[in-house]
Write a protein that binds this ligand. Structure first.
Ligand code: 0O2
Length: 245
């Protein structure tokens, strides 16, 4: 589940369930999902898991803040907002476990850190395609952000039509006992790409259902339409920019 930051009428951040630890829920989920052992072992495991998830949440907050800062600066300089929304999500214990098993990795906490790069996810929805690449450059130019992997599904869309720019980055979080490097997946999309992906996700993504060639073709056609919309909006923006000069 991806969340959008909630703000009250004065602009203050409203804490949501990402920032509270539902100990009971977690206890039940983790005990049944990850391992069976003595109560003591299980408790130690849970404490370690909670701590690790807290680190990922902190990394997510760090990256979200970086985008908020860039947004403020850009809005001031250009009188428009390049970001139409930021959503974050922490992978659920169940998805973590499923992914480890799917990929053939051990189901341990060390393995989570070592082998999974998308526990913390930040999705940035941009106004125009150009904003996607501007924000990518601005993020990667920061000296505490290291690029680990880049997949440009905008220039090379997936076969089903999915478009988005994905980065896996590493960034430090600063704790009382020093800094810790954490991995975060950042997805950049335009509004049109996000609309398509959200609807397609509801319709089929990872539901394990086979879809007919006809439906797949229709989804691809919708992706092309949404790309056409992005291209036309880019052109309109350029025309308006040129007319201002
Ligand atoms: P959610 O709901 O975002 O948590 P994998 O992570 O194993 O699935 P890979 O190749 O490592 O695959 O990662 P990739 O291709 O970079 O894609 C990972 C994420 O991108 C997915 O995360 C989705 O958010 C999004 N995504 C990728 N392909 C599609 C697609 O075809 N349609 C839609 N709607 N989204 C896509 P999760 O964890 O699978 O899902």
């Amino acid at each position: 589940m991806w969340y959008t930051e909630q703000r009250d009428e004065k602009g203050g951040r409203i804490m949501d369930e990402r920032f509270s630890t539902k100990a009971q829920d977690l206890q039940e989920q983790l005990l049944s999902l990850f391992r069976e052992g003595s109560e003591e072992e299980a408790r130690a495991f849970m404490d370690h898991f909670n701590l690790l998830m807290t680190y990922y949440r902190c990394a997510m907050m760090e990256i979200e803040t970086k985008f908020r800062v860039l947004e403020e600066e850009f809005s001031l300089q250009h009188d428009r907002n390049p970001i139409s929304g930021i959503h974050t999500r922490l992978k659920s214990p169940q998805s973590i476990r499923e992914k480890l098993i799917r990929r053939g990795f051990p189901v341990t906490l060390d393995s989570v850190e070592e082998n999974l790069t998308d526990i913390a996810g930040v999705r940035v929805i941009c106004a125009f395609r150009e904003d996607v690449y501007y924000l990518e450059r601005a993020l990667l130019a920061q000296d505490d952000v290291t690029l680990i992997q880049r997949k440009d599904y905008i220039r090379s869309p997936k076969e089903n039509g999915y478009r988005s720019l994905h980065l896996i980055i590493s960034t430090p979080i600063f704790l009382s006992e020093g800094k810790r490097m954490m991995k975060v997946e950042v997805q950049f999309r335009t509004i049109a790409m996000d609309s398509w992906a959200s609807l397609e996700h509801q319709l089929r993504y990872k539901k394990g259902k086979e879809i007919s060639d006809g439906v797949a073709g229709e989804l691809r056609a919708c992706a092309e339409l949404s790309d056409d919309l992005d291209q036309r909006m880019d052109r309109l923006r350029q025309i308006l920019l040129d007319s201002e000069e």
